[in-house]
Design a binder for this molecule. Structure first.
Ligand code: UDP
Ligand code: MG
Length: 321
């Protein structure tokens, strides 16, 4: 079983050498084949040179340099793309995660879990600006996604390679990888891991992250519910809207016929027009989304189902031709 340790690096010059030492301290004793993939996410502090020096002295350290800063999610995606291991273990490059937890993560994988998610139970960050928002976010993400975890934001996790084969990350979605894995049918486990305060360099994030995570969560929810049938989502909203328009119109007509109320003296006709228009627009959006969805799946011969196994089935798959 080969391990791939995946580390996004953005301006972590002073952390790299201690990170290398800490990783080797654990991995050399563990005795499994491994590679460490360091993705330089457009660092401008001289991290690149330190990374190249590390790679020159040890071929198990593989480096991917981005042309500019693309963000932690892109860096993790690139690391996954270049990984050759059977178990993929992302972690932060700032020494806040501790490589000493890696053997415990692996134990869980060996017990048969596909995903082991780190939980920074004793988190070493500012209480008010980091820990509290993260508590609320984790509760919300767990609730909305139906995949209950205490610490989505913890980078240190372990994945069996197979559960990542269909994962495509955009925005700030690296924290949602366990949800993608759960969609693939993965068995997920959670493990308390160590967390240290940042010694060198600074955090790359502020409060602006909260809103971006919430928007990403909306995308996740939509994909989970309606990715392969967008017309059902937009169409339902559209139908409700059209129904509301019909009722408002009926009410206005009733008032006019029974009580002689003029159309212009109530807001009902306006409401009817508003809801009728929104209803039509929602349904049209649903139709466009249906076309998009078909382009996505059919242009790449993708399927929206995933298989666990087949029996006595060989050869090419696909519709009869
Ligand atoms: N990171 C990155 N690109 C970015 C921002 C961050 O590769 O645009 C890396 C960073 O170098 C670190 C990890 O992502 O290894 C986590 O970042 P940070 O420690 O700033 O996040 P925090 O721990 O404060 O949530
Ligand atoms: Mg950090």
């Amino acid at each position: 079983m080969k391990l791939s340790i995946l580390v996004p690096i953005y301006n972590e010059k002073d952390n790299l050498e201690p990170l290398r030492a800490a990783l080797l301290g654990t991995l050399d004793i563990l005795g499994k084949p491994f590679e460490v993939i360091l993705v330089n996410d457009g660092s401008i502090d001289g991290s690149a040179e330190v990374m190249d020096a590390i790679a020159a002295s040890d071929v198990r350290f593989k480096i991917v340099h981005f042309k500019r800063n693309f963000g932690q999610t892109a860096a993790l995606m690139a690391a996954i793309d270049h990984a050759t291991g059977d178990v993929l273990i992302p972690m932060d490059g700032d020494l806040q995660n501790d490589p000493q937890d890696i053997p415990r993560l692996l134990e869980r994988i060996e017990q048969g879990y596909d995903v082991v998610s780190g939980w920074r139970k004793d988190r070493q960050d500012q209480a008010l600006s980091r820990i509290l928002p993260s508590k609320i976010a984790n509760w919300l993400i767990s609730w909305i996604s139906g995949v209950p975890l205490h610490d989505y934001g913890c980078s240190l996790k372990a994945y069996r390679r197979g559960v990542l084969s269909n994962v495509h990350l955009y925005g700030e979605m690296h924290r949602f990888v366990p949800i993608y894995a759960a969609w693939e049918g993965a068995r997920i486990s959670e493990l308390v891991v160590m967390h240290h305060p940042r010694k060198f360099g600074t955090s790359k994030y502020g409060l602006g992250r909260i809103n971006r995570v919430l928007l990403d969560l909306l995308v996740i929810r939509f994909m989970q519910k309606a990715f392969d049938r967008p017309i059902h989502f937009f169409g339902t909203v559209g139908t409700i809207s059209l129904g509301t328009a019909f009722l408002a119109g009926l009410w206005a007509l009733g008032l006019k016929l029974i009580e002689g109320t003029s159309f212009v003296s109530t807001p009902l006709p306006l409401l009817a027009a508003f809801f009728a228009l929104s209803g039509v627009l929602f349904i049209l959006l649903g139709l466009i989304a249906e076309l998009q969805m078909r382009v996505y799946f059919e242009s790449q011969a993708k399927r929206f189902y995933t298989l666990r196994a087949t029996r006595n089935i060989t050869g090419e798959i696909g519709p009869p031709s």
